[in-house]
Design a protein around this ligand. Structure first.
Ligand code: 0PR
Length: 376
């Protein structure tokens, strides 16, 4: 830092130069975040200094957070859920498993997740010292319930199902996992970080939320398909007792208990999530998902015309394509200014069709992809 501060104009110019180097979402088919809705941005600006880490000072913002949690719960089949607004899917997953571990009775705890689980579960293994066991996938990249059952033992403190897998956009058989969880009396966490704002709005109905009796907790991120500002995640528990497992005594604050992982916490995203959810309503999100699914279907139709097949028929707005030499295709597409992603196993081209992608851009992308695939 300098001794004497610079003037505002110079600093803003420097910032603009940095910002100009960032990639515009326009040509991004690899991200699960998108432009926040303008009303979320306005709400965010109004609540910049609100700190949910000391809610006694910000009772209004605290109340907003409760409203958002209840709205998420209503969307996911249980208006009476308990939880809080996290920094995103990673924190929600960490905290859900921490609660399960703390309420389980094992000195050597393990959890069973699917092979397609997000890498936040690798962080969980390290942070929480739980053994993370990976269950096998079936041919459609859904977790195989028999493989989950085979991994369970007396030290299993949680099962995890993914509703909207990061790589394939697939939905694990949550009903079967719920039956196993009820049968065995094990905590079941559903990671719907991406899927929570997609699955309820698809034409087909899926059982994946608190309507299933075995589901103990869920991750559902407003900052992905919820069109909220970053960082906004949702952590939801069916039973208050599980939230209590995360309790920390905070004697000198305005309240004496905290459940969150971070201390100081943005109230701005609670306001932003409230604003965008109230404004969009179920119909608004349904329209957004319909738009993304329309583009998804168009993408599949076009790639088939030039001989490229998706690995599965897309369940949501994630498409995985067998393009042959995936890394080469990705590299050439990157040279043409397109941001794409890959799956780990099998290696394939992964595309996320977010609301920021226009129909025109999609056609341009497909023209380029066709050229590249035909040349290779
Ligand atoms: N669970 C699932 C199913 C996810 O897909 C993700 C993130 C997480 C948990 C973790 O969420 P946070 O990143 O909010 O902690 N999925 C994307 C991914 O890691 C996130 C992402 C978003 C990646 C935007 C890139 C990007 O530009 O691939």
């Amino acid at each position: 830092m300098r001794d004497k501060g610079e003037n505002e104009q110079d600093i803003l110019e420097q910032l603009s130069a940095y910002r100009a180097r960032d990639i515009s979402y326009d040509r991004v088919l690899s991200a699960m975040c998108t432009h926040p809705h303008p009303i979320a941005v306005k709400a965010h600006e109004m609540f910049m200094e609100a700190n949910l880490g000391d809610p006694g000072l910000f009772p209004g913002t605290h109340e907003l957070e409760h409203e958002v949690v209840a709205m998420l719960g209503r969307m996911l089949g249980d208006p009476g859920v308990h939880g809080y607004i996290t920094t995103g899917g990673t924190e929600s997953n960490i905290q859900a498993i921490r609660a399960a571990r703390n309420s389980g009775i094992s000195d050597n705890p393990n959890i069973v997740v699917s092979e397609s689980a997000h890498f936040s579960f690798d962080k969980i293994a390290d942070l929480l010292r739980v053994d993370v066991r990976k269950a096998e996938l079936d041919e459609e990249f859904k977790v195989d319930p028999a493989s989950v059952e085979a991994q369970i033992d007396d030290n299993t403190v949680a099962l995890v199902g993914i509703a909207g897998t990061t790589e394939f956009g697939q939905i694990d058989p949550i009903r079967e996992l719920s039956d196993i969880a009820v049968d065995r009396g094990i905590f079941l966490h559903v990671d719907a970080a991406f899927g929570a704002f997609v699955i309820p709005f698809l034409d087909k109905t899926y059982d994946f939320d608190f309507r299933l009796p075995g589901v103990s907790s869920m991750t559902s991120d407003p900052h992905k398909m919820g069109l909220c500002t970053i960082p906004a995640g949702g952590l939801l528990f069916r039973d208050r007792s599980h939230l209590h497992e995360l309790r920390t005594h905070t004697p000198y604050l305005t309240i004496d208990t905290q459940y969150s992982l971070s201390g100081t916490r943005s109230g701005a995203v609670a306001a932003a999530a409230y604003a965008v959810m109230q404004h969009m309503g179920m119909n608004g999100y349904r329209n957004t998902v319909e738009y993304c699914m329309k583009l998804t279907r168009r993408l599949v139709e076009r790639v088939r015309e030039f001989g490229v097949e998706p690995l599965i028929d897309p369940v949501m707005n994630v498409v995985v394509l067998d393009v042959g030499d995936t890394l080469k295709v990705r590299e050439i597409m990157a040279q043409k200014g397109w941001y794409t992603s890959i799956t780990r196993s099998p290696l394939a081209l992964r595309l996320v069709i977010m609301p920021h992608l226009s129909e025109k851009r999609l056609e341009e992308f497909l023209d380029d992809l066709e050229l590249v695939c035909r040349e290779l």
